[in-house]
Design a protein around this ligand. Structure first.
Ligand code: MTE
Length: 315
């Protein structure tokens, strides 16, 4: 794990990826062209993708990031279908600009905030995080984001704010997967205020130095690297500070399988499969699974948040 070093973390971890990215941007005209531009991405997906100004953030892993192709074509985003390649094929129907986030509940500065006004005041950080899905696969992803405590401070949460509830857009016209009741829509997730205010928690606006492709949760999504990937709610339109613990979509649909905490824990199995090991995407069909780390390898940073909590009961 690396702390600040003044250069983009993923430039070191994957120089060839960085060079590929510059080529990609040049080929698609994004380096020369200023501001928003429509780019045709591999796989034929058209998306408004923009290069971002970033600095290296803390906490990046030294592991090699997964490729752009892997990160943007192997996704979970049930609003666009339940197969891994559905989101990259279907998410073009999501309109991400203009985008407004409604902030409400136990805070002094509620309101409707435009995406640009939320993002502009912040220095965007590159952070290469391990990304562990509850389905026992993992990736390493060079996210770009705003540390969540910096973002949430704008809304001045008060002392009653014990939890933060996040909600995805609900619009079956743009999100055809919402016409099927595979989950309780809209997708809802939640964190304790201490988890939300932890410096590892990121409001992600990009990946690989560019704005998020729709299939990864454009224009902004949560990443909590010590929790299973389903906590990383995509395409957020509401942030609410609450006194009570919010009920999340996965908890509502299968409470025995998906708890509120969802901390990565190799010692607590999912009722239908083991969580002790994980398959790294891109490792090939015959690659050995690797051991899953407690809190996904972030135990030194976040273990104390759960001191005294029975992690078998509070899964
Ligand atoms: N957010 C919404 N709104 N809908 C979803 O289906 N899937 C979750 C999470 N966020 C999901 C979501 C799950 S199960 C995972 S593993 C991650 O997004 C996947 O993020 P990625 O596709 O960027 O890797």
């Amino acid at each position: 794990m690396r702390k600040h070093n003044g250069i983009r973390s993923w430039e070191i971890t994957s120089e060839s990826n960085f060079l590929k990215r510059r080529d990609f941007l040049r080929e698609t005209g994004l380096i020369a062209g200023a501001g928003l531009a429509a780019a045709v991405l591999p796989g034929g997906l058209t998306a408004g993708v923009r290069d971002l100004e970033t600095v290296a953030g803390p906490y990046s892993t030294d592991e090699k990031p997964n490729s752009w192709e892997e990160v943007t074509t192997y996704n979970n985003f049930y609003e666009f279908g339940t197969a891994k390649d559905d989101p990259q094929r279907n998410a073009h129907s999501l309109v991400t600009s203009p985008w407004t986030v409604k902030v409400s509940g136990e805070c002094d500065k509620p309101g409707d905030y435009h995406y640009e006004d939320l993002v502009r005041p912040h220095v965007l950080e590159d952070r290469v995080y391990r990304h562990r899905c509850v389905e026992a696969w993992s990736m390493v992803v060079p996210w770009v984001g705003i540390p969540m405590p910096d973002l949430l401070k704008h809304f001045a949460p008060n002392s009653n704010a014990k939890y933060v509830r996040f909600k995805t857009l609900y619009d079956p016209k743009q999100m055809p997967g919402q016409r099927r009741s595979v989950l309780k829509w809209p997708y809802v997730e939640g964190l304790t205020i201490a988890e939300a205010m932890h410096p590892l928690t990121l409001m992600v606006v990009g990946v690989y130095g560019r704005t998020l492709p729709n299939q990864n949760g454009a224009p902004l999504r949560l990443i909590v690297p010590w929790k299973y990937g389903f906590k990383g709610i995509k395409s957020i339109v509401e942030i609410e500070f609450t006194r009570r613990r919010p009920r999340t979509s996965w908890e509502l649909s299968a409470p025995r399988e998906y708890g509120f905490y969802a901390n990565v824990n190799p010692e607590v199995d999912h009722p239908r499969w083991s969580q002790a090991r994980e398959r790294r995407i891109g490792g090939g069909l015959f690659a050995a699974k690797q051991p899953t780390l407690m809190f996904n390898g972030y135990a030194d940073e976040v273990g104390e948040l759960y001191a005294g909590l029975d992690l078998r009961k509070n899964y």
